[in-house]
Design a protein around this ligand. Structure first.
Ligand code: MN
Ligand code: MN
Length: 320
């Protein structure tokens, strides 16, 4: 099998609005397909929003992103990368996640990611709400056996204490949980873009006490994103790292289709540059989460999300 078999169908062959949509128009390689052994990067849909504390809808994200991502062409406009020629990328399908049973849903997602890792496939997960990141971190952590770093672009830390009492897991605490479970090294966790009203600062205080590096939006805007991301590389990039991108990182003027928008964030251009700045790091896996199509009537948020996905794939391409 040549690498050409793994390139997306060109819009010059079949118009990009035609045919069955897969992520980036890549081959669909579900579990059991013998071609899985050849895949380098697997794009996996987690259509689940059962941990959303406010406006739901991110369960519809993977389908909207499949559709929007058919707009992506194969060459990066600025870096001229052609990642689908150097890496075999594929659409791994969606995990069947119970919409009503959180443990069952997270377990199914973890098993699917673990099966990918067993085949040597790096995951690019498409959510779903942000708790979908937790089973990915668990699967990677269990296989690695040692903690790894994190780069989070988000308007929230997602280090919040449980809501509604008890030990509730929500999309507001995947990274607190992952640190407590030992998958992430808090001193190699870097978070940027945090903003908005809050009930208190318990999340930020908890994280900083653990050694998490949190750069709130005022500092990001004062210093500029290039400086912020350079620091992120130094903090998180000394070893293997996971990259998580919550679409609410971007200003809601550009990305209104999400459950918990916060005004006063980066533009879509700045957000893409933040991801581009990560090239060359040892990226174990990545995700794009929290696109909520019911709040995205124009489709602009899904299109931005698809563009972020392509930027993540380009960041994951090894430097020659
Ligand atoms: Mn967020
Ligand atoms: Mn988040």
């Amino acid at each position: 099998m040549t690498t050409t078999d793994w390139e997306p169908i060109s819009g010059a062959v079949l118009p990009r609005y035609a045919g069955l949509p897969s992520f980036m128009r890549l081959p669909h390689v579900p579990e059991g397909d013998p071609r899985r052994a050849e895949v380098d990067i697997g794009i996996l849909g987690l259509p689940w929003d059962g941990a959303t504390s406010n406006r739901p809808g991110a369960r519809h994200g993977p389908r909207a992103l499949r559709d929007a991502s058919t707009m992506v062409r194969a060459m990066h406009g600025a870096t001229r990368q052609t990642p689908f020629r150097t890496m075999r990328c594929a659409d791994m399908g969606d995990v069947a996640m119970s919409p009503v049973d959180q443990d069952e849903a997270l377990g199914a997602a973890e098993a699917a990611v673990d099966a990918m890792l067993a085949d040597g496939i790096r995951p690019l997960m498409v959510g779903g709400d942000h708790l979908c990141t937790l089973p990915v971190l668990r699967a990677i952590g269990k296989r690695r056996g040692e903690p790894f770093g994190l780069i989070l672009l988000d308007s929230h830390t997602d280090l919040y204490p449980p809501y509604f009492g008890g030990r509730t897991l929500t999309h507001g605490n995947p990274f607190r949980q992952a640190i407590e479970e030992g998958w992430l090294d808090p001193r190699r966790c870097f978070m940027a873009g945090m903003r908005g009203t809050s009930y208190n600062k318990e999340d930020v205080d908890w994280g900083r006490e653990k050694g998490v590096h949190i750069v709130e939006i005022e500092e990001c805007m004062a210093r500029g994103w290039a400086s912020v991301m350079q620091e992120g590389r130094q903090v998180a990039g000394q070893g293997p790292v996971y990259v998580s991108f919550d679409i609410d990182f971007v200003d809601p003027a550009f990305a209104p289709g999400t459950g918990t928008p916060e005004v006063g964030g980066p533009s879509s251009f700045e957000a893409l540059q933040c991801v581009r700045a990560l090239r060359g790091l040892e990226i174990l896996g990545a995700d794009l989460v929290e696109v909520s199509p019911p709040f995205d009537p124009s489709g602009a948020t899904a299109w931005l999300g698809a563009s972020v996905m392509f930027e993540l794939i380009c960041a994951m391409e090894p430097v020659a």
